[in-house]
Ligand binder design. Structure first.
Ligand SMILES: Cc1cc2nc3c(=O)[nH]c(=O)nc-3n(C[C@H](O)[C@H](O)[C@H](O)COP(=O)(O)OP(=O)(O)OC[C@H]3O[C@@H](n4cnc5c(N)ncnc54)[C@H](O)[C@@H]3O)c2cc1C
Length: 461
């Protein structure tokens, strides 16, 4: 065995991928606050408004840029972690009202025993419900769409210290301002969400040339009433980069559960973390799709809750030397192949260390003022290993801006919860309602109480 593979084996055994430092924990200036109840939270907002402080809001704090970061040392960075109670579970109407500091994992534990499941959330359950509303997330259930489609109503704590009810019929202009509003409209204190049934599902796989992915989706997935989840992973080898797509869909089944994996086990997470970490080595990147195809061909039956029960603990953590970052682009289907060709050229030219590129479907929705996909698009999620040094960061700024220009050229867009690498002009080009968003910001928060580094970077003038 040569030394490289010996090292890999030892690394697996000792769990190198489990280094303690996590890139999610970005250092922040400001005064950390974690109110225990709504009265304390409201008092903080009054205090900030009267003492010229700003407030940045933190859910689980896993966004990768300045979305939760306070703008200066005088600011309050307010964590909602103690506001995490379930307030009402309406079994008849399949709705739940929760405080927004709760994580999806905490909610799943409470609704799964009633045969209920979440409609729209990310691929991992470690995020807070407030943070998910703050960026208007989407997941693999393309029928559910963005989280905003599942929101019935919420209560919003405004910059003037009042709490208002918000729905599509009440204070309606705040609905699309606060959801997807990156904590700049106010604090969503609790929310009523539509739930769905926890059904059994089984996997269906296919491998197609990437140029055929859009057709495959249209012909086999989009109108197939059995399909609940859909994603595809592109080939990552140096010689077949983005040439092939491995489709992973999940269909409803009447078959009984074969395995009921624990929602989130330490051992399972450790194993997955190490496997993902190994994909940074080219041998593993080449072998990954064959291993995946073997593993994913197993005739497993899951429950919806199982499938939505993974934690970010299953991902490798940052080390002193490298961090793992995400980016996401939304591309209309008729432009997808041409975008992929341009993307491949950029990735090769800049030697971007892509560990994974996956595709999902997004149903267009423009209810959120900062909607990242007003029209139907293919969402491309990039998982990248970025060395922790200034050169690598500066390099990422250059190729990311090029890739964003390519997305814009293809009538597409990009997602904002990640590193703030774009220019404000690119944000304005992708998000057509920025000026309307800023008008409402002036109306409801004239003194600019709710601010964060992302606001300063992209929206502050
Ligand atoms: C590993 C990983 C996987 C991901 N997968 C997906 C995915 O599948 N789909 C997807 O859409 N996104 C995905 N994302 C992005 C992720 O959904 C967002 O970063 C999300 O905001 C993280 O949730 P959080 O609780 O950590 O939010 P935070 O980072 O804490 O907050 C996000 C934003 O919401 C605001 N906010 C938080 N709570 C409230 C509140 N109560 N009221 C008002 N504003 C609030 C914050 O101020 C901030 O601007 C992923 C991110 C990572 C790191």
């Amino acid at each position: 065995m040569n030394t490289k593979y010996l090292f890999l084996t030892l690394a697996m055994c000792f769990g190198v991928a489990q280094a303690n430092h996590s890139f999610f924990e970005i250092p922040t200036p400001g005064l950390q606050q974690a109110p225990k109840n709504i009265e304390q939270l409201t008092a903080l907002v009054h205090d900030a408004a009267h003492n010229s402080r700003t407030i940045s809001i933190v859910g689980a704090g896993k966004s990768m840029g300045g979305q939760t970061i306070a703008i200066d040392d005088n600011a309050y960075q307010v964590s909602l972690k103690h506001l995490n109670k379930m307030l009402l579970l309406d079994l008849e109407h399949k709705e739940v009202t929760v405080q927004t500091g709760m994580t999806w994992g905490e909610l799943q534990k409470q609704i799964a025993p009633h045969g209920l499941a979440i409609k729209a959330m990310q691929s991992y359950n470690s995020f807070s419900i407030g943070g998910s509303l703050g960026v208007n997330v989407h997941g693999q259930d393309f029928n559910a769409g963005m989280i905003i489609e599942t929101v019935q109503s919420f209560r919003l704590l405004l910059a003037n210290g009042t709490v208002v009810n918000v729905s599509r019929n009440e204070n309606a202009e705040l609905f699309g301002f606060a959801i997807g509003g990156y904590g700049l409209a106010g604090i969503i204190v609790d929310v009523t969400l539509a739930l769905t049934d926890d059904v059994s599902i089984t996997r269906v796989n296919a491998t197609v040339p990437s140029s055929e992915l859009a057709n495959y989706f249209r012909n086999n997935i989009q109108d197939n009433p059995k399909v609940q989840f859909y994603s595809a992973r592109y080939s990552m080898g140096r010689h077949n980069l983005l040439n092939e797509a491995f489709v992973i869909a999940y269909e409803k089944t009447d078959r009984a559960l074969v395995v009921q994996p624990a929602l989130d086990t330490k051992f399972g997470n450790m194993l997955l973390r190490n496997l993902v970490w190994l994909t940074q080595f080219s041998l593993m990147r080449r072998m990954r799709s064959s291993i995946e195809k073997l593993f994913l061909a197993l005739p497993t039956v899951y429950s919806r809750n199982n499938l939505m029960g993974s934690s970010v603990e299953a991902l490798p953590r940052d080390t002193k030397h490298s961090r793992y970052i995400l980016q996401e682009y939304f591309i209309p289907y008729d432009q997808l192949n041409s975008f992929i060709d341009d993307f491949r050229t950029i990735a090769q030219e800049y030697n971007v260390d892509l560990l994974n590129v996956s595709a999902r479907h997004v149903r267009g929705n423009d209810e959120s003022l900062l909607s990242w996909s007003p029209q139907d698009t293919c969402a491309l999620v990039l998982y990248i290993c970025q060395p922790c040094n200034e050169d690598a960061y500066d390099g990422a700024v250059i190729w990311t801006r090029e890739l964003i220009d390519v997305a814009l050229k293809h009538d597409g867009s990009f997602y904002l919860p990640y590193q703030c690498l774009a220019t404000p002009q690119q944000v304005a080009a992708a998000y057509k309602n920025v000026s309307k968003f800023l008008e409402l910001k002036k109306k409801y928060d004239p003194r600019g109480v709710f601010k964060n580094k992302m606001y300063d970077h992209y929206l502050g003038s």
